[in-house]
Design a protein around this ligand. Sequence first.
Ligand code: KIV
Length: 263
Amino acid sequence: MSQVSIPSLLKKKQAKQAFAVITCYDAGFAKLVEKAGIDAILVGDSLGMVVQGHESTLPVSVEEMAYHTRCVARAVQQPLIITDLPFGSYNTENDCLRHATTLMQAGAAMVKLEGGSWLCDSIVKLNRAGIPVCGHLGLTPQSVNLLGGYRVQGREDDKAEAMLRDALALEQAGASLLVLECVPQKLAAQISETLSIPVIGIGAGNVTDAQVLVLHDLLGVTEKTAKFVRNFADGASSIEDALVRYKNAVEERSFPADEHTFS
Ligand code: KIV
């Protein structure tokens, strides 16, 4: 596998080739992810839950995200590294630019932020500073208190229309990728078809351009997982084999299956 870039992922979307993304937070696993040929690593703020043991992603700091990004970036050359801007770190355009710069200097190739059109000015500013952006819509875990829990988003017509408008606004502002989390498959298909940029689904059905899962969930480490997770370690001969099975299932679109999908 050669070095993965935003243009190479865009080409996959245009060729209708699905690609896999996985969260990862340290050097050891990052090496296995690279060996498995997975295109992109998300240093997700989910590390607050699966590594640090918090109840939510809210306590994670920029410095912690930078630390885990450095751990991953030291270990791999090929996968695209995307790092989450954590809760509270991008409430103003200046904070957003400053903290994104810290994460890029730690080794990220792109930052991810959660939310809709209100982030457009920040995205423009990030792009002007040479920082690529991945948006995140649907279930945005940093807003769990506002959403009233980890629930499927966009089931009502007005909410679905608003999500599509937000997705278009993020793309127009300069986002290069978009994560859609926990949305009905029909809406995920509509957003993926409408946008030119690759859409990465998690709990969004097999209709998006790519899939992402949390490493600990797909390896069966997490005790209680969501409906959209498959344990790829089940029946695998090694961790690397589980990662390859995940990648292959995403590329063949056999994962996610109907039982992992919301309507
Ligand atoms: O932090 C994370 O792991 C994420 C994924 C769930 C998309 O944002």
